[in-house]
Write a new protein. Structure first.
Length: 541
């Protein structure tokens, strides 16, 4: 080492020999600054390849001819989205300004009914994947009345509405108990799975900063983890290291997760189940990594949480996934999915209060007083909390076990039947209610299009191409599951007559989107679609 150092020193002296002092200072400063720049360039969260790729496409789009073509295509896409909105709302007038005089209650209800009757998918008959998880007029009447009674309440003002806070506390306790939480388990009621996930990410980011001094946090999650984690990362300036899933089981590659962990990792993620394929990650192995490296583990059970919590009682075997697994520090589960509560309710749970406290936002020096809120929202809808509480009390343990049994039985029936249809295959082994299918013989989006024409609405998947059905309580109605199997069978049979034919229409966009190397274009398509959701056509004279 000494010889090496002497050689380096001799070389530097040789280079600097005969140089003026200002030249030596300039060379030294330039070298140091260059080294710092190179270090920062190479040691960013996003890889050099990804950053170079983005830069390349950004430069390409500066070419006038290329940008002109993109603008033309985007204009056509925008127009098609807007035309779809106009078509779906045909026959209704648009309100661009407040009415001069107040409307009567009768007129308002009439208008509400006309809006709610838009859309051609018969979701009450089980023709839709997910979206609406339970429909019962008697339950709707109950929660409507409960919501009405509590519609003016706000748990932010706990001294004014202590009863709402009690209901919220009971929702949290009942849910943590379902997920094997101990006496120290706690949580919060949120507006949905996305907020639950965001709160957990925020909590563990701040926990890591406080306890470990981590200022450049990252999360390690499987590629199938819900996109809410990406939203949280964008909001809270956290990098996500996505790891692959096993190509046979479509479960997280735990070995890849281990390799991705570094000193800045603040959270490990597993899904139970994941949204695309309905498979459950090996939570025990992920949690073991968390224990080994002292990193919290979050289990995302937003989609199927209120199924897996009851599956053992319903007679199904399921791998450990909850707080009974050492290392699991937080869980998210949506009460507005298989908990059958109205939309806008979810629960984020923590093994210990020390984690939840980092979820809170507290301001101590505001002129308006000391302010603290548990979730993203300040004011919250007490009506949703009351309606969620009422739904859970209405079902009870026996009701949830019975609905779980019906849904899982139906899912297993559909899965078995789909595996018998030549030309398609099922992704992995579905653990709960999501069944994803693909094809090695034809473009699977042709099947989606064919089923759409028969009234079915399924979810499209990418990388690889696929579609999935999320089985709900409505699919358990007599004949619904068999009708789905019959329609898939006949559609596949027709497609297999010419399997090489390309998909046409709207479904072709999914295939094109996957093949685009410039992902920013896909992002622009998506933004255009989101814009169209609030599109109101211009007034015509």
């Amino acid at each position: 080492m000494r010889d090496c150092g002497a050689v380096v020193t001799k070389g530097i002296n040789s280079v600097m020999a005969g140089k003026e002092p200002w030249q030596i200072v300039t060379i030294t400063a330039t070298t140091v600054l260059t080294a710092v720049w190179v270090w920062n360039f190479l040691n960013q969260d996003e890889s050099v390849y990804k950053r170079s790729k983005k830069k390349f496409f950004k430069l390409i789009r500066k070419i006038p001819m290329v940008q002109k073509r993109i603008d033309k295509e985007m204009a056509e896409i925008n127009k098609s989205f807007e035309e779809d909105i106009i078509k779906s709302c045909a026959g209704l007038n648009y309100n661009r300004n407040l009415p001069l005089q107040s409307w009567s209650g009768e007129k308002i209800l009439e208008e509400v009914d006309s809006h709610l009757n838009l859309g051609h998918y018969k979701w009450k008959e089980g023709k839709v994947s997910g979206a609406v998880y339970y429909y019962n007029p008697e339950l709707i009447q109950l929660i409507t009345e409960v919501y009405g009674k509590a519609s003016y309440t706000n748990p932010l003002h706990s001294d004014i509405f202590p009863g709402i806070c009690k209901m919220e506390a009971e929702i949290i306790r009942m849910t943590t108990n379902l997920f094997s939480g101990g006496n120290g388990a706690c949580g919060s009621v949120t507006t949905g799975g996305t907020e639950s996930i965001m709160m957990a990410v925020k909590a563990f980011r701040d926990y890591a900063k406080e306890t470990k001094g981590i200022t450049r946090p990252n999360i390690v999650a499987p590629s199938t983890a819900h996109t809410a984690f990406d939203k949280a990362a964008q909001y809270f300036k956290i990098h996500i290291k996505y790891i692959p899933v096993n190509k046979e089981t479509f479960e997280a590659d735990v070995k890849a997760m281990k390799r991705a962990i570094d000193s800045n990792t603040v959270l490990l993620v597993g899904s139970a189940p994941n949204f695309p394929y309905g498979t459950i990650d090996d939570i025990e192995s992920i949690a073991a990594l968390g224990v080994k490296y002292n990193i919290p583990v979050h289990v995302d059970a937003c989609l199927g949480g209120f199924l897996i919590a009851f599956m053992k009682r319903a007679g199904y075997r399921i791998r450990p996934f909850d707080f009974s697994v050492k290392g699991v520090c937080s869980i998210s589960a949506d009460t507005h999915k298989y908990g059958f509560a109205p939309k806008g309710s979810s629960v984020v749970m923590y093994a210990y209060k020390k984690y939840r406290q980092f979820q809170y936002t507290v301001t101590t020096d505001w002129p308006g007083g000391v302010y603290g809120s548990p979730t993203v929202n300040g004011s919250r809808a007490g009506g949703i909390i009351a309606a969620t509480w009422a739904t859970m009390m209405n079902f009870g343990l026996d009701g949830y076990v019975e609905s779980t049994k019906r849904i899982i039985d139906t899912s297993r029936f559909i899965e078995r039947a789909l595996r018998q249809i030549k030309g398609i295959y099922v992704f992995g082994t579905p653990a709960t209610s999501v069944i994803a299918i693909g094809s090695k013989n034809f473009d699977i989006f042709r099947l989606s299009d064919a089923l759409c024409k028969l009234g079915w609405n399924l979810n499209a998947l990418q990388f690889p191409s696929g579609i999935h059905l999320c089985v709900t309580y409505m699919h358990t109605l007599d004949g619904t599951a068999q009708k789905f199997i019959d329609d898939v069978t006949s559609s596949v049979s027709e497609i297999m007559k010419d399997p090489g034919q390309a998909v046409e229409g709207k479904m072709a966009i999914y295939g094109v989107a996957q093949s685009l190397p410039d992902r920013s274009l896909v992002g622009e398509f998506t933004k255009s679609f989101l814009d169209s959701m609030h599109f109101i056509p211009e007034e015509t004279s």
